[in-house]
Design a protein around this ligand. Structure first.
Ligand SMILES: [Zn+2]
Ligand SMILES: [Zn+2]
Length: 287
């Protein structure tokens, strides 16, 4: 079950008289048992995904500035004080840019593998650095975070699912191929951020240099719209209620193309597209 307030969360917590009491009751009951999801930014210019519940949250990646992250969370009514950890998927700057400042300023631990940290430009306060191991679930307050390796050209790339109270959401971006880990983890999800990076014809005929085209589609780069659709149609669980298409290329894709393509095959799953320029609304996912 999904509920999406595009309005900021604080409006839903009773301060806004525009909400009918019926709607408010529904919201407060639903919010208590839900995972909250939002894309703070998505694309090669910066990635940051928020997953949490009423009490606790994590960020998956922190690829925009601290200041911009703070402003966007505030606009959504999401409190920085609930963020218990930042998980870093790999060292590419679009996933790491704001992590050290965000961590230092708000005293948030950063979960990052040693290899990824060594290859990044990050300078994290030592006592806030945490490591993780593939396939070993980590408890972050009331949330469970499960890291798993994927095919991407970072030194030690991982993706994550986050679970609470029987509900699981995953972040599946920067994926070169639908490897067994991605297939298995997507099949557990009630909601997912899934990469749909490029339209194959636009990339082929576009102005990117050949080496970059080869990198993107070479199996350790990014998923095309069609590869992403195939993954969704073949391996998403019947209970996947929300699919947020993510990490769209600016030059080789368009949100309308992605939205149309997936909506045609949605089969009951709600489809949204994350923006390269602004945050999405907050989505609430129940089991
Ligand atoms: Zn990326
Ligand atoms: Zn990357």
């Amino acid at each position: 079950m999904i509920y999406n307030f595009h309005a900021p969360l604080y409006k839903a917590e009773g301060t806004n008289k525009q909400l009918s009491s019926q709607r408010l009751n529904f919201f407060t009951t639903f919010a208590r048992m839900s995972l909250y999801l939002a894309s703070i930014n998505s694309g090669s210019n910066g990635n940051c995904y928020y997953i949490g519940n009423r009490e606790d949250a994590v960020l998956v990646d922190a690829g925009i500035s601290c200041r911009e992250t703070e402003q966007r969370l505030m606009r959504l009514g999401l409190s920085m004080n609930k963020i218990r950890a930042i998980f870093i998927s790999h060292e590419h700057t679009d996933h790491t840019l704001g992590a050290d400042v965000l961590s230092r300023k708000h005293k948030i631990p950063v979960y990052i593998t040693p290899e990824t940290y060594r290859s990044s430009k990050l300078s994290i306060t030592p006592h806030l650095i945490r490591s993780f191991l593939a396939h070993e679930t980590i408890s972050i307050a009331s949330l469970s975070v499960h890291p798993f390796p994927k095919e991407h050209d970072g030194v030690d790339s991982h993706s994550f699912t986050v679970s609470f109270d029987g509900v699981t959401a995953g972040v599946f971006t920067d994926i070169g191929a639908a490897c067994p880990n991605v297939i298995h983890q997507l099949g557990r999800c009630h909601a997912a951020f899934l990469e749909a990076n490029y339209d194959e014809t636009m990339l082929e005929t576009g102005r990117y240099p050949l080496f970059l085209k080869r990198r993107i589609r070479g199996g350790r780069g990014h998923l095309s719209n069609m590869q992403s659709l195939e993954l969704f149609m073949s391996h998403a669980a019947p209970f996947l209620g929300l699919l947020i298409l993510s990490h769209l290329s600016e030059q080789n894709n368009h949100p309308e193309i992605v939205h149309r393509l997936f909506t045609t095959h949605a089969n009951g799953t709600r489809i949204a597209v994350a923006s390269r320029y602004r945050e999405t609304g907050v989505f609430y996912i129940g089991a």
